[in-house]
Ligand binder design. Structure first.
Ligand SMILES: [Zn+2]
Length: 88
């Protein structure tokens, strides 16, 4: 089963639809979370390394037993497979 994650930052987007970003017309984006994508545009326009650094503190908040280095390594593995970064 494919777990739904944000195709920009890799954050799990379970069933809480408040977490989805919005298109320019106000519709919900099915691919991106509200932190990455609002009104049809990405909120962060840096490169993938910048995205990793942006995500590290958020992932750390949610998981108490991992080191920053582990989180960074994990993100560097996940993010390149996501839709936003795949074709770069
Ligand atoms: Zn996101």
């Amino acid at each position: 089963m494919d777990k739904k994650v944000c195709q920009s930052c890799g954050m799990p987007m379970d069933d809480a639809d408040v977490m989805f970003g919005t298109e320019q017309d106000g519709c919900k984006s099915s691919d991106y979370c509200e932190f990455c994508y609002q009104n049809g545009a990405f909120t962060m326009n840096g490169d993938i390394d910048e995205m990793v650094e942006t995500c590290v503190p958020f992932v750390m908040q949610g998981s108490l037993d991992v080191s920053e280095a582990d989180v960074r390594a994990m993100l560097k593995e996940i993010l390149p497979d996501l839709k936003r970064w795949k074709n770069r």
